[in-house]
Design a binder for this molecule. Structure first.
Ligand code: BJW
Ligand code: ZN
Length: 248
């Protein structure tokens, strides 16, 4: 079966499905000009994850960690959702118009799915436009670019941190519960633009498959998940996702 034909096959399955879950990673925002983490142009090529994206790094040098987030805030503030983000909004609209269920789980912290106006979204690793108090744990929105560093909590005057899940930190229980529900009850799981290396999201494909879902991967390259999925398509998210809706 040629690639064109099998993409059509997924398109038909999607058009009939009653429950679709989508997992996205930084590859979907690469088409908006936001760097991914791994790979030749990835952030972890220039920065060491353990120096910046761990609670230990923040405890040791909060100023350095906040400087990195300021740099990323400045970059992300100039970026917009692309055709792939928009196609997922349309996918949700179509499913809901026939009383189906759609849930989008993203590992991205850039907020572009919400900006595009996807409605059922779980931001598994947090959001770069939110801050959390290191003492009272109060979470608030903050879109200052640049943010004055280090930012302080107005309630208890302790330091604020990015509301982002760093390595070694637990994901929010409610986000995990919602994600597993969506994975275990979907007919189709689409995995878009993620290397599938970071847990627990890396285990979502087998979880959905074990529950009977048809699992499809869209990525520029093959990944460790490619072997376990039912269909894998190599290309840019901004081309492949609209194609799944017949928008080409
Ligand atoms: C395109 C494209 C285009 C490009 N179109 N495609 C089990 C085994 C081993 C280790 C662990 C384990 N369980 C937990 C761990 C430890 C750790 C982990 O997974 N480590 C691995 C690296 C081995 N996990 C954790 O620590 C997690 N916490 C946890 O498990 O807690 C347990 C616990 C319980 C109770 C108490 C305490 C603890 C937390 C993980 C948090 C990850 N956070 C980060 C960074 C946040 C910082 C920030 O952003 O500011 O989130 S890591 C980074 O990776 C970021 C991303 O969301 C995440 C995933 O990356 P993603 O999106 O896949 O990007 P890339 O770059 O890897 O891939 C891009 C892909 O796109 C590529 O495939 C390209 O080909 C493709 N692409 N352009 C389509 N145009
Ligand atoms: Zn506080």
């Amino acid at each position: 079966m040629g690639v064109e034909q099998s993409l059509d096959d997924v398109r038909l399955r999607l058009a009939q499905a009653r429950a679709v879950t989508v997992l996205t990673g930084s590859g979907i925002s690469a088409d908006s000009g936001i760097p991914t983490f791994r790979g030749t142009d990835g952030l972890w090529n220039t920065f060491r994850a353990e120096d910046l994206a761990t609670p230990e790094a923040f405890a040791q040098d909060p100023h350095l960690v906040w400087k990195w987030y300021n740099w990323r805030r400045e970059l992300i503030a100039t970026k917009h959702p692309n055709a792939a983000h928009e196609a997922l909004v349309e996918m949700e609209r179509r499913l809901e118009s026939r009383a189906g269920r759609f849930h989008l789980i993203t590992q991205n912290v850039d907020g572009l799915h919400r900006a595009a106006e996807s409605r059922h979204v779980t931001e598994l690793h947090g959001n770069i436009w939110r801050v959390r108090c290191t003492r009272c744990e109060g979470v608030s929105d903050n879109r200052d670019v640049p943010i004055q560093i280090p930012p302080m909590c107005i309630q208890c005057r302790a330091m604020l941190r990015p509301h982002i899940v760093w390595f070694g930190e637990a994901l929010a229980e409610e986000d995990l519960r919602t994600s597993y529900e969506a994975l275990e009850s979907c007919e189709i799981l689409l995995i878009i633009g993620t290397s599938g290396l970071v847990y627990p999201a890396a285990s979502f494909a087998p979880v959905a498959k074990a529950a009977g879902a048809y699992v499809v991967e869209l990525n520029l390259e093959t990944t460790p998940s490619t072997e376990v999925v039912d269909g894998a398509f190599q290309g840019r998210a901004k081309d492949l996702v609209p194609a799944l809706l017949g928008q080409r």
